[in-house]
Ligand binder design. Structure first.
Ligand SMILES: Cc1cc2nc3c(=O)[nH]c(=O)nc-3n(C[C@H](O)[C@H](O)[C@H](O)COP(=O)(O)OP(=O)(O)OC[C@H]3O[C@@H](n4cnc5c(N)ncnc54)[C@H](O)[C@@H]3O)c2cc1C
Length: 485
């Protein structure tokens, strides 16, 4: 099945318990904090209907079409076909939806590509995962995930916090399944998703696996699951002309609180096993595959932001100044770095069983570089923009007042645009680089893949040091001290 936007919107009217501004939300699809993003995000599903060759593929067993986000590529060509679909989808939001439905679908698909690792661990849990993959794929589910515990005291592990159920853990189990109590730090997109993968990607101390080392999925309306939204960036920014990104792409982040949530056994993939919690990501293609999606998205976003930089220079008549061209050259090179990583990961990929998977080390290198590149890139754009992104009309209402409109027309000038076009563009530029929404994006790009010590650790572990030191040793073996004395 491939969903339509109407079907996705309807699927969110399921009694989920979302809290914001001191209240329990009645219907997320009509609440002003979420409705615009939900409406926009759902259009991704219409896009797949309108572009079925690009966005979907056929299950040979059932003959049914499904979204390529669930595709398990068996060749470099299939990987690139899938990439084209992801690139087109993220292009619709200019890369500003970090956790659109393709992210966690990529994770689960990656786990399935590594199903042998699950079988080695436990045949029944491997079967649960396979069944879940088919269920999510065939119902075109939008999934999010929570894999990190709340910060609290980071010098202590999950079990050492003041409250043993600060981090979500197993409170009880019976014939039907697990009872989960406690919290996970945040689920981006959770309010607009159908289901959530809950697990632990953080190290645990010996013995803590009994409580915290689990992996399972549940629907967002599971009884006892409380979804605590952060402040909405779209609720009070609903003019698209003024806030073209934050009004529609605020995918939101929400803390998940599990108030004794029941998880049936057939939804449990890892049970009280720290090694397997890590292995599900790192000994299958899951971690690479989900983050390869993130790099495709970033590539599109950098491309879009390079366009914002170029237009800013045109808009302010500075495009021919040599130092500005130099800055634009740097920006172009940095956007190309992002694209090169995606191409490199694909071209240097390898087979895991019958599946073709992007290169691991290039992925981690891309993450390390992106965490530094993105905030610097944004600073370069701010540097080009000057005060023009700030000194703009207070709202669209200003244009409706003839006296004010006349003054706007006199004062908002550009060599390449009329005043309305100038204001429209700089509203967009500010929303991309400086608004609260934009600032959250910088934090997102710096942290979604883990703090820098985590990504650098992964880069360290996966680099081919043997090749590097081999080159060094072979060169150094060509000369010796004794040759010179
Ligand atoms: C906008 C946004 C969206 C996100 N969306 C999701 C999501 O959908 N699902 C999800 O599961 N997670 C999500 N995350 C969480 C993300 O995975 C974490 O932010 C990330 O793993 C880093 O963990 P942390 O935020 O707890 O930072 P911390 O681990 O607390 O790190 C913060 C800083 O503390 C220092 N530090 C902490 N521990 C150490 C240490 N052991 N050694 C050295 N220095 C240390 C470092 O300076 C580090 O940069 C999101 C995060 C953001 C910001």
């Amino acid at each position: 099945m491939i969903k339509t936007s109407a079907q996705h919107i309807e699927s969110l009217r399921d009694g989920r318990q979302v809290y914001i501004n001191g209240e329990l939300v009645d219907d997320v699809t009509t609440h002003p904090a979420f409705s615009k993003t939900i409406e926009w995000l759902s259009k991704l599903y219409d896009f797949q209907h309108e572009n079925q060759e690009l966005m979907t593929t056929v299950d040979p067993e059932s003959g049914e079409r499904y979204n390529r986000i669930w595709q398990l590529p068996k060749s470099p060509e299939e990987l690139k076909q899938r990439r084209a679909a992801l690139e087109a989808w993220t292009g619709l939001s200019c890369g500003f939806l970090g956790r659109a439905p393709d992210h966690v679908a990529s994770c689960i698909s990656g786990m399935v590509m590594g199903i042998d690792r699950f079988k080695q661990y436990d045949a029944e849990r491997a079967e649960n995962l396979l069944n879940y993959y088919r269920y999510a794929r065939d119902n075109d589910l939008y999934l999010t995930y929570v894999i990190i515990n709340p910060q609290a005291d980071r010098s202590k592990s999950a079990g050492e916090q003041k409250d043993e159920f600060l981090a979500a853990g197993i409170a009880a189990e019976d014939d039907e399944g697990l009872t989960i109590r406690g919290a996970k730090m945040l689920a981006t997109g959770g309010i607009m998703a159908n289901e959530v993968l809950v697990t632990c990607l953080q190290p645990l101390k010996k013995g803590e696996e009994e409580k915290y080392a689990v992996s399972f999925t549940i629907p967002m309306n599971a009884p006892g699951l409380k979804i605590l939204s952060r402040k909405s960036y779209s609720e009070h920014n609903d003019s698209v002309f003024q806030n073209p990104l934050s009004s529609r792409f605020d995918e939101n982040d929400a803390l998940l609180y599990f108030d004794d949530v029941k998880v049936p056994w057939d939804r449990v993939f890892v049970h009280r096993d720290t090694d397997m919690c890590l292995a599900q990501f790192h000994e299958t293609p899951a971690h690479v595959y989900q983050n390869y999606q993130a790099q495709i998205r970033l590539m599109v976003k950098m491309r879009f932001l390079a366009g914002v930089a170029y237009r800013t220079a045109e808009m302010n008549g500075i495009i021919n100044f040599p130092p500005v061209r130099e800055t634009l050259g740097q920006i172009a090179a940095e956007a190309a770095i992002s694209e090169s990583f995606v191409n490199g990961m694909e071209n240097k990929g390898r087979y895991v069983g019958e599946y073709y998977v992007p290169d691991r080390h290039l992925l981690y290198a891309a993450q390390v570089v992106a965490q530094q590149l993105y905030p610097n890139f944004i600073t370069r754009l701010r540097d080009l923009a000057g005060g023009g992104v700030i000194m703009l009309p207070s709202s669209t209402e200003d244009f409706a007042n003839p006296e004010m409109r006349a003054m706007i027309e006199k004062t908002q000038q550009s060599p390449v645009a009329d005043s309305e076009e100038r204001v429209k563009f700089f509203n967009l530029a500010w929303d991309a680089i400086g608004s609260e929404f934009a600032s959250r994006h910088t934090q997102y790009e710096m942290f979604y893949s883990g703090a820098t010590f985590v990504t650098k650790g992964a880069s360290f572990r996966t680099f081919d040091w043997k090749q590097s030191t081999g080159l060094l040793d072979s060169f150094a073996s060509q000369y010796e001290l004794k040759d010179e004395i």
